[in-house]
Design a binder for this molecule. Structure first.
Ligand code: NAI
Length: 252
């Protein structure tokens, strides 16, 4: 990670985003962090500054395309951009997300990712390549949910499948232009998103450990990072099941 000095992270005020910011914080590092909650964002920024990083914070909704492009375009040199912000919605009766939740999930998890990755790609295409030929790296936090069609969260699974497929399919062309794209597919991580879940979450992992795994995969230039590996394997196998037996699945 020595070649990653300047990073930009969306949804950095909690959970995986906050853990990524803290893992990247060190003397000489510059972090551009955004989120919607100023108080929590300021707390994360303060702890990153304690580790020696310079931090710029912006209260920003990833659905605001123009404001996102302005923010990213004005950040200067960026070695790493992480489109982390995401939401899930659950119905109290265990059924699918309602209409409002469905629209919001696609707007944030798909629209918000495009509002982050497209301006980041444009910016990085103009940056000079390093000695390794790399102009910059972009990661999206998708999910193992991308591999399944869980009946309790169709919009979440579909939104994560869309960004995962888009990142993986775009990666070869971006790589030829010196930009490394990574789709990150975590299993269950212990954050605000999973705090209210009543069901058993196999392989539940703390966000700090998840952040280390993510950054290791990103620094290695992997196109897709799936963890825990056995959850990825199980999800892919479950994705092959006939739709009628998918009814029991729940998504990470
Ligand atoms: P979290 O709820 O702690 O963090 C989500 C962050 O995104 C929060 O800071 C929130 O304020 C921000 N956010 C949500 N909507 C936003 C918007 N419109 N504009 C700007 N920021 C917005 O949850 P967690 O778990 O840290 O989620 C981070 C990412 O990881 C999400 O994309 C999630 O789908 C993904 N993920 C989480 C898993 C888990 O088990 N917790 C598993 C797989 C993926």
């Amino acid at each position: 990670m020595d070649n990653i000095r300047t990073s930009l992270i969306t949804g950095a005020s909690s959970g995986i985003g906050a853990a990524l910011a803290q893992a990247l914080a060190r003397p000489g590092a510059t972090l551009h962090l955004s989120g919607r909650d100023k108080t929590r964002l300021d707390m994360v920024a303060a702890s990153c500054r304690d580790h020696g990083a310079a931090v710029e914070c912006r209260v920003l909704d990833v659905c605001q395309a123009v404001a996102m492009a302005d923010w990213i375009g004005a950040a200067g040199q960026l070695d790493l951009v992480i489109a982390n912000a995401g939401i899930a919605g659950r119905s109290p009766d265990g059924g699918p997300e309602n209409a409002t939740q469905t629209r919001a999930i696609f707007e944030v998890n798909l629209g918000g990712v495009l509002n982050t990755v497209l301006p980041a790609r444009e910016l990085m295409a103009m940056q000079s390549p390093g000695a390794d030929g790399i102009r910059g790296r972009i990661a999206v936090i998708a999910s193992i949910a991308a591999f399944i069609a869980a009946p309790d969260s169709p919009a979440y699974c579909a939104s994560k499948a869309a960004v995962d497929r888009w990142m993986v399919a775009t990666a070869p062309a971006a790589r030829r232009n010196g930009i490394v794209l990574t789709s990150v597919c975590p299993g269950f991580i212990s954050t605000a998103m999973t705090a209210g879940y009543q069901f058993t979450m196999p392989g539940l992992m703390d966000p700090d450990r998840a952040a280390r795994i993510i950054l290791c995969g990103v620094a290695a230039g992997r196109t897709r990072v799936v963890f825990p590996w056995w959850m990825g394997l199980a999800a892919r196998a479950a994705g092959l099941l006939p739709p009628r037996v998918m009814g029991v699945l729940r998504r990470p």
